[in-house]
Design a binder for this molecule. Structure first.
Ligand SMILES: Nc1ncnc2c1ncn2[C@@H]1O[C@H](COP(=O)(O)OP(=O)(O)OP(=O)(O)O)[C@@H](O)[C@H]1O
Ligand SMILES: [Mg+2]
Length: 256
């Protein structure tokens, strides 16, 4: 629900074998992180898959909507799921899901997204779901991406840019999640520029101190040959975040 209009009648599914990857914004690095995480878990022998329950801004290729995130996540999952399983709801307009669907004379039901994630999770060891945009992105009427997270009832990994402005965006997202008692598994600050700004040296420490009790890691800027290769992303993430944290995020290890 939009702020101030919340009713607490939602059915929470309490998805035990899942992680939701959200971001402070669109284009922050959610797909990159999701692809690296799923491949990491698979290399560890886990039957883990990554999905993009709703994807907008899909270009048309060979007469069909082509979900770029979905295709990359399917590859990262070593094609252990079909494209329809990976990216079931695809829209052409690059807009929030509710608007993109409305422009096509259609609509999305949040309950369909919840059911889909659950169905995929039921036949796998673990599922990682990537959101579209950030937490306050409309999906259905007054229901937002954060309502999907709440209904799934799984931990959340928050991805943010490492550059200037991220403290504000990150803390706003953390506050929204905490207002609903949603579990934040960790925060990743992803580097988008080869050269980091002078403030970036302190950003991780500042976010960690202000958020408290949540792991905050920095994924440095990675070259094109890495960002296009899930196995290499997994390797870089293990180096940057530590394998233990990655194991925890993918349900391979419980927190002590
Ligand atoms: N650490 C990094 N190093 C290099 N490039 C990065 C890094 N993090 C993100 N990027 C690049 O930034 C762009 C956006 O990343 P990505 O597609 O993962 O964002 P997103 O949050 O999934 O976006 P969307 O909201 O469209 O799903 C991509 O080209 C990605 O390769
Ligand atoms: Mg993405």
């Amino acid at each position: 629900m939009i702020p101030g209009t919340r009713v607490r009648s939602v059915k929470v599914e309490n998805l035990k074998n899942g992680l939701f990857v959200t971001g402070t914004d669109t284009g922050v690095g959610k797909t990159l992180v999701t692809a690296g995480l799923v491949r990491f878990a698979r290399i560890q022998g886990r039957r883990c898959v990554a999905i993009k329950p709703v994807e907008t801004g899909c270009p048309v290729r060979s007469g069909m909507l082509h979900p770029e995130d979905g295709v990359f996540l399917m590859e990262a999952s070593e094609s252990d799921l079909s494209l329809d399983e990976c990216a079931p709801f695809r829209f052409s307009l690059p807009a929030a899901p509710a608007r993109a669907a409305a422009m096509e004379g259609s609509r999305i039901f949040l309950s369909d997204l919840v059911e889909h994630v659950q169905a995929v999770a039921e036949s796998r060891d673990f599922v990682i779901a990537e959101g579209a945009g950030g937490l306050m992105v409309p999906i259905e009427d007054r229901l937002m991406m954060i309502d999907l997270v709440e209904r799934l009832g799984c931990p959340v990994l928050l991805v943010a840019r490492s550059r200037l402005g991220t403290i504000n965006h990150t803390l706003l997202s953390v506050e929204a999640l905490r207002r609903r008692d949603l579990e934040i598994a960790g925060i990743i600050l992803s580097g988008h520029d080869e050269e980091s700004g002078p403030e970036e040296r302190y950003t991780r420490r500042d976010v960690e101190r202000l958020v408290g009790d949540t792991p905050v890691t920095v994924l440095p800027y990675l070259g094109h040959e890495i960002t296009t290769n899930p196995a290499k992303i997994a390797e870089s993430m293990a180096e940057a975040c530590g394998a233990s944290l990655l194991r925890r995020w993918t349900g391979l290890e419980t927190q002590h």
